[in-house]
Design a binder for this molecule. Structure first.
Ligand SMILES: Nc1ncnc2c1ncn2[C@@H]1O[C@H](COP(=O)(O)OP(=O)(O)OP(=O)(O)O)[C@@H](O)[C@H]1O
Length: 702
């Protein structure tokens, strides 16, 4: 081959190599898209370089492939057992720059601006480079900035470029979890108070609502805050390194975007987590309550409809080989966790309008209910008078005995109130109980027809006569009222229902929560109720009342941003009150979540890992609760999918929770559960007694 031929050959090779690279890149993009759909936790492995000034032997990293594979060699073993290959989404060699790391992280970060929840966390043994990846070694040089700063800079840049179409607001929180205590790292007054975690994801994404939420508009703002954070992190520790090895730091970026044309709202949340050194957690601590706080803080990003990325760090030194293998095995397991397709927290303008419409309808219903309540007051007086007149009827005495007529007046009152109360609940659903009672509104028409109620509950003649009399008195009023109510019930809800169901399933900021709620109330026991207008209305109201009011959420978010300028929260009582207001809609989810989490047999998983040949199981421990939550969710999904074939993968998770939750919540100390008890025979007499006794009393009124 002459020189020209060789040159030609090399050129061809270059071309082939470049197209090969292109194909690889395309494959990677496709692979990532598939991963997005599956919702697998992505895992990037980063190998730390040998540090200058430290003596080192041969690297334990034998080979790093282009497709995310890495081979490690155990210098203390011989033969084929000495080498082990692992596969991740990507492996970064020791010489890879901070910029290159971020390029592969960027798509995830950017999706926060589209309303996704994203969690990026750094895992690995102490000194393996977690802080280096997340924060960088030196804030003064942009070149070495870690993911945190680059991410925020990116968010600001993109939000600026989208400025004509979407108006974004960005706020950050920074907390530290140390010894299972959560502390605010952005306090400017040096106070080191412990913070509570909301047991469930808030609609506004504030899992730690009392941590300072500082509005930021530039990277400089962020840098200033990080300095405060670093300073606060060092407080109370003999050395910053020592503290950072043992504590998790979580930087959370909350993004609220409003599309100017459509009015749609986007809510995204980015957790950037620098975990404690993986070897620092004692096994006994990890198996128990350890790390439950971390799990709670990240709850909306580990089991929800979020995107999750784990940077797994390894130290190439031979004396770290045990931790390295253990870390890699753990990471490989994490990468197999599927969360299901991520969903954006976008609320379209149309949905907001529909919500407003529902809210208006709800208000007009409440007005009507109030008017009916007034009428009811009048009817009770009239009924009492009628009963007094009836009390002298000679027909009652032989039938029910004289002694009964000697019962004190209190009984009569009780009887009347119970009986009328029962019917009143049907006919006058109060605002507080409308969720339960609205589906019974057809009883109004039963009353109007006069016959159906009697058919269902055969009553003695006296009762009937009283009832009839009262009904007669009430009928005209109720009729008038019912007719007046009809336009409200006839508003085209049936047509709206499918749309509003989707509202129910539509995420506010934590989609899983809302869809959960919707499923809790429109759950398997209730579908038949959807057959009539009033039930649909009721369902809608349930959904509306369960959903945190969207405007309210936005206000709360904005208020948090505005009020807490300077890092000091000034309106805690107010926000607490608001939080209280929101609480009911969230409690169920939280309970479920916690129940699910607490149910995890972490020890079993660790044991399983060990039997798979891990030499150092401790690595499992640090993240065990957090990641095992996800594993648990996966397990639940699998179990549930056996029963529900037609559900979406994510939906399965969401539906499984409400189904499991009551079981877990109702567990009695003796192992029975309430539901079983209530559904069992033993509870029936109690139930009947409560209804029949008042009627009995009612009947013996002289
Ligand atoms: N990719 C890298 N390139 C150069 N130096 C690195 C790299 N990764 C880590 N280092 C250096 O290694 C040392 C330990 O890194 P780092 O503090 O980030 O570890 P860590 O895992 O966060 O430890 P800890 O768990 O104790 O917080 C630091 O001096 C850091 O600058």
């Amino acid at each position: 081959m002459n020189l020209t031929g060789l040159e030609h050959y090399i050129k061809n090779l270059e071309v082939a190599s470049s197209s090969y690279q292109k194909v690889l890149e395309e494959n990677r993009v496709l692979y990532n898209q598939v991963q997005d759909l599956k919702g697998t936790i992505r895992v990037y492995c980063r190998v730390r370089p040998f540090l200058p000034g430290q003596s080192h032997g041969q690297s334990t990293v034998d080979y790093i492939g282009e497709n995310g594979n890495i081979m490690v060699v155990n210098p203390f073993k011989q033969g084929k057992d000495a080498r082990k290959m692992f596969l991740f989404n990507k492996v970064f060699a020791p010489n890879v720059s901070q910029e290159q790391i971020y390029v592969d992280t960027q798509p995830l970060v950017r999706s926060v601006l589209d309303g996704y929840n994203v969690c990026i966390f750094a895992y690995g043994q102490t000194g393996s480079g977690k802080t280096y990846t997340m924060s960088g070694p030196d804030l003064t040089t942009e070149e070495t900035w870690g993911v945190n700063y680059r991410a925020l800079r990116d968010l600001f840049q993109i939000s600026k470029t989208r400025g004509d179409a979407i108006k974004y607001e960005v706020g950050v929180q920074m907390i530290e979890i140390y010894n299972e205590q959560v502390r605010d790292l952005l306090v400017s007054d040096g106070s080191n108070r412990r913070l509570d975690i909301r047991n469930t994801a808030q609609s506004n994404g504030l899992n730690v609502p009392d941590a300072s939420l500082i509005p930021v508009i530039s990277t400089e703002d962020v840098l200033d805050l990080m300095k405060i954070g670093q300073k606060n992190r060092a407080v109370g520790a003999t050395a910053l390194n020592e503290r950072s090895s043992r504590s998790h730091s979580v930087l959370t970026v909350h993004v609220l975007g409003k599309e100017l044309v459509t009015g749609s709202i986007l809510k995204g949340c980015l957790h950037l987590v620098d975990l404690a050194g993986s070897e620092r957690v004692d096994k006994s601590e990890a198996v128990g309550e350890r790390n439950s706080k971390l799990t709670q803080v990240l709850q909306d990003s580990l089991g929800g409809q979020a995107k999750t990325l784990m940077f797994v760090h390894i130290n190439p030194e031979s004396n770290a080989i045990g931790e390295t293998i253990s870390t890699l095995k753990f990471a490989e397991r994490v990468s197999s966790i599927e969360l299901g397709a991520a969903k954006s927290n976008k609320e379209s303008g149309e949905i907001r309008e529909l919500k407003e419409e529902i809210s208006n309808l709800k208000q007009s219903l409440e007005r009507k209910e109030a008017e009916l309540e007034q009428l009811k007051g009048g009817s009770t007086r009239i009924t009492t008078e009628t009963q007094k007149q009836r009390a002298v009827s000679p027909f009652q005495v032989p039938k029910y005995g004289i002694s009964a007529s000697l019962k004190p007046d209190t009984n009569q009152l009780e009887a009347r109130s119970c009986s009328s109360g029962k019917q009143r609940r049907s006919r006058f659903p109060s605002a507080l109980t409308d969720r339960e009672q609205l589906p019974r509104t057809p009883l109004v028409s039963e009353e109007r027809l006069g016959g159906s109620a009697k058919t269902r509950t055969p009553s003695p003649s006296v009762r009937r006569s009283i009832s009839t009399d009262r009904g007669a008195v009430m009928r005209s009023r109720v009729k008038a009222e019912t007719i007046e109510n009809q336009p409200v019930a006839r508003v085209p809800f049936p047509a709206r229902v499918p749309v509003n169901k989707s509202i129910a399933a539509f995420p506010a900021i934590t989609p899983s929560t809302d869809s959960n709620n919707s499923r809790v109330y429109l759950g398997p026991q209730e579908p038949q109720k959807q057959d009539n207008v009033s039930d649909k209305l009721s369902s809608l109201q349930k959904v509306t009342s369960r959903k945190v009011y969207p405007d309210h959420e936005d206000d709360q978010f904005r208020q948090s941003l505005n009020i807490r300028q300077g890092g000091i929260r000034k309106s805690k009582p107010e926000s607490k009150a608001k939080a209280k207001h929101q609480l009911p809609s969230r409690i169920q989810k939280s309970d479920m979540g916690i129940s699910l989490l607490s149910d995890i047999d972490t020890a079993e998983k660790i044991e399983e890992a060990r039997t798979n040949g891990f030499s150092e199981p401790e690595n499992e421990l640090l993240l065990a609760p957090a990641v095992n939550d996800a594993l648990k969710v996966k397990k639940v999904r699998q179990n549930f999918s056996m029963n529900s074939q037609n559900l979406e993968p994510r939906g399965q998770v969401q539906q499984a929770e409400p189904i499991l939750a009551p079981r877990l919540e109702n567990k009695l100390p003796n192992g029975q559960n309430h539901q079983a008890k209530e559904g069992g025979n033993t509870s029936m007499p109690e139930f009947r007694r409560s209804r029949s006794t008042p009627r009995g009393k009612f009947l013996v009124i002289p």
